[in-house]
Design a protein. Structure first.
Length: 115
């Protein structure tokens, strides 16, 4: 069983930056693919970015070049650095871990981009 706790969500102005952190406990963190997803009101949950066990990354087109995902296996954390934030980035951001078809989710952290 893996527990994931997100932090770092906040209200930020357009053009600003935020850094989200997901802290994991339980399980073998280094063996999980880690990812960030987001869900805006009335919309489905969408992929934002993933990082593989070897550090390979993948991004949604809408965030590529603005967001950076990274992981620290020693600290069992995964970060999402978000720059040049736009109002359309407003959503609840969820941390996800995945291995052998088993997926775990955190409770989410709210990011609001507004002036």
């Amino acid at each position: 069983q893996v527990q994931l706790v997100e932090s770092g969500g906040d209200l930020v102005q357009p053009g600003g930056s935020l850094r989200l952190t997901c802290t994991a406990s339980g399980g073998a963190f280094s063996s999980y693919v880690m990812g960030w997803y987001r869900q805006a009101p009335g919309k489905q949950r969408d992929l934002v970015a993933t990082v593989t066990t070897s550090g390979g990354t993948n991004y949604a087109d809408s965030v590529r070049g603005r967001f950076t995902i990274s992981r620290d296996n020693a600290r069992k954390t995964v970060h999402l650095q978000m720059n040049s934030l736009k109002p359309e980035d407003t959503a609840v951001y969820y941390c996800n871990s995945r291995r052998l078809g088993v997926s775990y989710w955190g409770q989410g952290t709210q990011v609001t981009v507004s002036s």
